[in-house]
Structures are given as structure tokens and as C-alpha cells.
Ligand binder design. Structure first.
Ligand code: NAD
Length: 322
């Protein structure tokens, strides 16, 4: 039996590199494409093309046949320090939208079986996420739209783009809205890292009795999903008949200060928290997993603490290596 062929765009990135490994473990032949190789271990892909997917010519080389499945994860993105300062707004919108426009058209041209698009919880309206204890992120609450970042607006446009191609050109699209995915082999320094990795790095670098800086008052809330759970949910969505958009996240909401306290406890160090002004995004955000439960029977299987323990251990090793 010949194996199914999958193409992973953004395969040099955090979630993309984990997804490649997952697809390989399921017996797929996988081509990856990205601007760069995965940073922390060699790609698991059978074939890997380095190139800039903003260029049509590169996209034509990468997506040159009728893949059974295409996973579009390539995007210009980062954590709060990248997305919420405003400094990268033009690039974030321009770069990601070019990739999506190139890819969606080629998916139709080559009659790919299914295409997965990774949207983000950042597309949800800011006005529903002002109360840290009561954020509203059910899929139906997306409109009237009011994301708090240009990154969120681009995601909203692009999820609509894939679904419009589904309606008009018979594309089989699957759209998920990821809520803060974290884990080992993710960016942990350099300005694009997200809160879980940043907190782990700060705690790993702090000495006994020192304090770590946390942006904002620390009362802002989020939920975090371990990357293995994320790629499992993505696979289930793609194999299902449901197009989405659907949340892929955890409902275990926690304040950022409590997340920091959790990591400090894991480290067994005596460290305090110093809340300083910084970019924070909305006050509260939590995944709402009702729809994915109904449609796919999926829920995260492990608690946040377990993923944070693994991530802290891995980031501590990276810090020690430097
Ligand atoms: P990542 O930054 O690690 O991966 C994205 C990859 O896209 C990077 O390797 C980058 O090099 C690549 N890329 C960017 N521009 C490119 C270009 N012009 N040509 C080729 N490759 C290019 O991010 P991630 O955390 O793995 O996220 C994957 C996807 O999931 C993204 O679309 C992101 O917006 C979405 N998402 C992630 C999260 C999260 O918490 N990590 C949350 C919501 C949505």
C-alpha cells in the first residue's frame, strides 16, 4: 500500500515540526517547507524545502502535486512582545496573507484532498475578553469582529479565505483556532517566545532569592495547551467531516502570576514575582471546548502542570547549554 502524502507548511516551526513527527508516526510520507530548518532537532520529514512562501514561485515548487493533506501553519508570528507592541503589524499582516493566498489557490489547482489552516484565538473580539474571570471564546462569538491585534485580523480574514474557497471551488478545508500552544522545542528566547516559555526561561535563569519580571499586573488570564495534545486534535479534525472553525485549546484557565508561581514551585527555587508594565493583550482568554467535544469527542487529556514540568525541564537544559 502506498502511504498517504502530506505537506506541512511552517514545518521548521514549533507546532509544524511536532506535526511532521506525528504524521510520520502514522505512516504518512511528509514534505515540509519553511524559511528555516527546525531549530532544536532535525526534521522528521522525508523531504524538506527551504524557501519563502510569500513567493509564488517557491509555493509552486512546494505544492506541485495532489497531496492527500496540506497543513498550512506558516505565519509571521510571535508572543505578546511581537504581536501587541504594534511594531510588527504591517509585516505580520502582509507576510501571512501572501502565504495564505498563494497556498489556497494551489490547493485548488492540484486538487488536494484536504487543507488544514491554523487560525488563532487572537481573532476573538476584544470586548468579550475584558473580564479576566469570565472571557467568552465560543466559536459563535467571533462576530461582530473586533480582534485586539492585526495578527488576529489577518487570521480572521484567512480563515474566511479558506472557507470561501471551500464554498466556491470545492476545496475541503479544516480550520482550527489554536489557544496558546506550548511545549518542548518551542521558541524560548529572542523576542518571539510566548508566556509559558518566557516564564520558564526567567525562572531557569534566576538565582535563589532573586525576582523575575512578569508583564502587566499578572492578573490577566489564559489557558495553555501542550503541543502533543494540539497535534492530536488537529489530526482528528482533518480526518473528520467537520470543517470548523473550531477551538483547539485547554479550558484550564490560569492567571499569569499563578503560572509563574507554578513554574517557581516546579523549580523548587526561592524566587519572587515583580510585575512591570509590558504588552499583555486581552485581560482574559480561555478556550471553550463545547463544540470540539460535540463534533470530535476530543478534550485535552493531561493537566497544565504536567506540560509545564516537561517544558521547564527542557528550557532549563537549553539555558544550561548556553
Ligand atoms: P512558529 O513561528 O514556530 O512557526 C511558524 C513557521 O512559519 C516558522 O518556522 C516560520 O519560519 C515559518 N514562516 C514564516 N514566514 C514564512 C515564509 N514567508 N515562508 C516560509 N515559512 C515561513 O509558530 P507556531 O507556534 O509553530 O505556530 C504555527 C501556526 O499556528 C501559526 O500559523 C500560528 O499563527 C498558529 N498559532 C499558534 C499558536 C501558538 O500558541 N503557538 C496560537 C495560535 C495560532
Amino acid at each position: 500500500m502506498t502511504s498517504k502524502k502530506a505537506l506541512v507548511l511552517g514545518a521548521g516551526g514549533f507546532i509544524g515540526s511536532h506535526l511532521v513527527n506525528k504524521l510520520k508516526s502514522e505512516g504518512f510520507w511528509v514534505r515540509g517547507a519553511d524559511l528555516k530548518n527546525p531549530e532544536f532537532s532535525p526534521t522528521g520529514a522525508d523531504d524538506f524545502i527551504i524557501g519563502d512562501l510569500r513567493e509564488q514561485e517557491v509555493c509552486r515548487r512546494v505544492l506541485d502535486q495532489n497531496f492527500d493533506q496540506v497543513y498550512q501553519l506558516a505565519a509571521d508570528m510571535g508572543g505578546a512582545g511581537y504581536i501587541f507592541t504594534g511594531e510588527n503589524d504591517a509585516n505580520v499582516m502582509h507576510n501571512s496573507v501572501l502565504i495564505n493566498i498563494n497556498i489556497v489557490e494551489l490547493c485548488v489547482k492540484h486538487k488536494v484532498g484536504k487543507v488544514f489552516y491554523s487560525s488563532s484565538a487572537c481573532m476573538y473580539p476584544e470586548h468579550n475578553q475584558m473580564d479576566p474571570d469570565n472571557p467568552k471564546c465560543n466559536e459563535d462569538s467571533a462576530y461582530p469582529a473586533n480582534p485586539d491585534s492585526e495578527y488576529g485580523w489577518e487570521k480572521l480574514f484567512s480563515e474566511r479565505l479558506f472557507l470561501a474557497f471551500q464554498r466556491n471551488y470545492g476545496l475541503q478545508a479544516r480550520v482550527a483556532r489554536f489557544h496558546n500552544i506550548f511545549g518542548i522545542e518551542g521558541t524560548w528566547q529572542g523576542g518571539k517566545e510566548k508566556a509559558p516559555a518566557a516564564v520558564c526561561r526567567k525562572v531557569a535563569m534566576a538565582k535563589e532569592g532573586e525576582s523575575i519580571e512578569i508583564w502587566g499586573d499578572g492578573k490577566q488570564t489564559r489557558s495553555f495547551l501542550y503541543v502533543d495534545e494540539c497535534v492530536e486534535a488537529v489530526r482528528r479534525l482533518v480526518e473528520s467531516d467537520f470543517s470548523g472553525p473550531v477551538n483547539i485549546g485547554s479550558e484550564e484557565m490560569i492567571s499569569i502570576n499563578d503560572l509563574a508561581k507554578m513554574v517557581i514551585e516546579i523549580s523548587s527555587k526561592n524566587i519572587s514575582i515583580n510585575n512591570i508594565p509590558g504588552p499583555t493583550g486581552v485581560r482574559g482568554r480561555n478556550s471553550d471546548n463545547k463544540l470540539i467535544g460535540e463534533k470530535l469527542g476530543w478534550q485535552p487529556s493531561r493537566p497544565l502542570r504536567e506540560g509545564m514540568e516537561r517544558t521547564f525541564k527542557w528550557i532549563s537544559e537549553q539555558v544550561a547549554k548556553q
